[in-house]
Design a protein around this ligand. Structure first.
Ligand code: PMP
Ligand code: GLN
Length: 399
């Protein structure tokens, strides 16, 4: 009787296996490197400088605002475009920063993080067989999002070790099939930054085409050494065919809230919204109200660059006597370190060994390429408390 009972339980609990072929749309895709390295960091109790997220608290005032709006009953679906107060606050912020006025009614949409904004923009514009140019190393979502929409990728190289763009090479990738070019500045994973001349070069090579520019600007405030963030919206020839994507996860140290936005001229935004309404429809309501109120005080974000530059400088100073070469990082909260002086190991192998043996997790930059590359560089996130950076630096100095 007991045996029978166990058998029945097993039958109920084990999942049936579909005998036919499961035809994958992303056959070579494994788990994201961020999930893999963070899990490994947990497993080996390593300091986690791999996945990009702060290990310090967010503003208690912002948390208080979320409570306030929850208590006020702002708990049902937000409008599909986002709550009007937040769209207005973003419009005002952009006007002040860049002197460009996006309409909160027709040209701004709130999204579930920048990830959803990017995926939705790609889905709205890229059709089967369209070509999309991305720059490698490339943040991990661009490539699969294009493929899932039937697009074909054209890869432009950022030149190691300063990760600059050769616009003549990019021009050669453009054809009548090019639908979109995706740019990202400040750049994850390298920390490089596009200058105004870069955007002007982009405008020149795409002039008289109908190529859409998707500009990932999530690190707009994390930019150092007195460099200004150049938004694609400041170049008039690009503004009319560009979508700008941002993330409050970065700006307010709250990556887990997944709150972002997309800005675009009305005809592009109309297409974006057609897709957005069926991807997520609306985003977290009380968080939108809270961010709208918090954003209206500039003091809550204008010092972010100084805050993170202090962290970058502190980390770099702590590891200055290590055997790693420190590559320049003018933006984002990532620092690349080059180990070519003392090891020939592949980046992934080195990153795994560092996690398991030395208890320090990082991200191999090679995973951001579609082909095998081994520049012997690892990415370390410095959005961490001083004590975390000190412990990490102590390890790096011993290697
Ligand atoms: N783009 C870049 C370049 C990023 O680094 C990230 C997140 N780290 C995103 C987009 C996604 O942002 P979110 O967490 O708001 O979805
Ligand atoms: N964008 C973050 C990074 O670069 C991670 C985001 C994620 O975990 N998908 O580390």
């Amino acid at each position: 009787m007991k045996k029978l009972y166990i058998c029945i339980n097993l039958l109920i609990l084990s999942m049936p296996i579909f005998q036919n072929n499961v035809i994958s749309k992303l056959p070579r895709m494994g788990d994201s490197i961020f999930a893999v390295m963070s899990q490994m960091a947990d497993e080996y109790e390593a300091i986690n400088l791999s996945q990009g997220f702060p290990d310090f608290d967010i503003s208690p005032e912002l948390i208080g605002l979320v409570h306030k709006y929850m208590n006020e009953g702002k708990n049902q679906y937000a409008p599909m475009q986002g709550v009007p107060e937040l769209r207005q606050a973003i419009a005002d912020k952009f006007f002040e920063a860049h002197n460009v006025r996006y309409s909160p009614v027709t040209e701004i949409n709130i999204t579930a993080g920048a990830t959803q904004a990017l995926f939705t923009a790609i889905t709205a514009f890229v059709r089967e067989g369209d070509e999309v140019v991305i720059f490698e190393p490339a943040y991990d979502i661009y490539d699969p999002a294009v493929k899932l929409n039937g697009g074909i990728l054209k890869y432009a190289a950022l030149k190691h070790p300063d990760y600059t763009v050769n616009w003549d090479d990019v021009k050669k990738l453009i054809s009548h099939k090019t639908r979109m070019i995706i740019i990202n500045s400040p750049h994850n994973p390298t920390g490089s930054v596009l200058k105004k001349e870069d955007l002007e070069a982009l405008a020149k090579i795409t002039n008289n085409t109908d190529i859409i520019i998707l500009s990932d600007e999530v690190y707009e405030h994390l930019i150092y050494d007195n460099i200004q963030h150049e938004s694609v919206c400041c170049i008039p020839e690009l503004l009319e065919r560009s979508l700008v994507v941002g993330s409050f996860g970065k700006t307010f140290h709250a990556t887990g809230w997944k709150m972002g936005y997309c800005l675009a001229p009305e005809n592009l935004m109309t297409e974006f919204r057609k897709a957005h309404q069926f991807v997520v429809f609306a985003c977290n309501t009380p968080v939108q109200y809270a961010i709208a109120e918090f954003l209206s005080d500039k003091e809550n974000y204008v010092h972010l660059n100084e805050f993170y530059q202090r962290k970058r400088d502190y980390f770099v100073q702590l590891i200055s006597k290590s055997r790693f070469k420190i590559l320049p990082s003018s933006g984002t909260y990532f620092q690349l370190l080059d180990y070519s002086d003392f090891s020939d190991e592949k980046e992934l192998d080195f990153a795994i060994r560092l996690t398991k043996e030395y208890k320090l997790a990082s991200i191999p930059v090679s995973v951001f390429y579609h082909r095998p590359v081994n520049n012997k560089v690892l990415r370390f996130c410095f959005a961490k408390k001083e004590e975390t950076l000190e412990k990490a630096a102590e390890i790096l100095c011993k290697i």
